[in-house]
Design a binder for this molecule. Sequence first.
Ligand code: BV8
Length: 228
Amino acid sequence: MTAAPRIVVLTGAGISAESGVPTFRDAGGLWEGHRVEDVATPEAFDADPETVQRFYDARRRAVASVATNPAHAGLAALEHELGDELLVVTQNVDDLHERAGSTRVLHMHGELRLARCLVCEVRSDAPGDLLPGPPCPACGERTLRPDVVWFGEMPYGLDDIDLALAGCEAFVAIGTSGAVHPAAGFVLTAEALGATTLELNLAESEITPFFAETRLGPASLLVPEWVD
Ligand code: BV8
């Protein structure tokens, strides 16, 4: 990674909510009719791969049919202005940041648009639904899983994130409940290392107490205001 960014933005499901992508906790614990632990863990996949594949195939198709919102556009405009002084770390597995024009995005929980082969571990573009069992483009085995980070699995990019948190002047969280670790702890790390901290969220979150400033409201209004 190049020099540490000046601003690190952490986004969560709330930034995509106004695009029509369901969040995790606003659904009252049932996510598209599933309990998270029944679909977002390696054990769930081992026990019932069809249900898990069907769950992610449905989400991949749903995300392809929604549009970005002004919050995604605001961050893309900010990157246009700041270049590599800005890094967006997202917990989201959708590609709405990229579709809005952001290029410096670290998907710490993986991406719906990618698949990972259980045999050769190669990551590739998901060729559509994974349930029918398309062949891995690298090894030909019909062993592709969604390339998302399940509970109990190691998130991607933690070394780069730690570097960015250590060097940044400002840490901004947008649309996250602060319910999932290690993302929930980033504000404490950034603050301890001297960054200013700002939370933009629809409601108070589990990590609101750790921010110097919290602004409540929809991301589609708060982000363009903050970026301007
Ligand atoms: C790991 C991918 C080992 C899959 C996801 C320490 C303490 C306690 C527990 C743990 C801990 N360390 C590890 C754990 C276990 C676990 C964990 O955190 N469990 C929780 C439930 C207690 N963590 C893990 O297993 C992680 N792995 O820790 O590895 C390790 C050890 C040491 C060091 C490093 C690693 C892996 C976690 C990844 C799980 N995968 N997603 C998929 O998407 O299917 S997590 C999932 O939750 C999504 O990624 C989601 O983004 C994420 C967090 O949720 P949010 O994004 O915050 O969404 P949520 O619905 O919760 O909140 C939405 C917010 O938006 C709300 O606040 C709402 O008010 C707001 N909002 C709504 N509308 C709007 C809005 N805001 C603005 N505008 C709006 N319009």
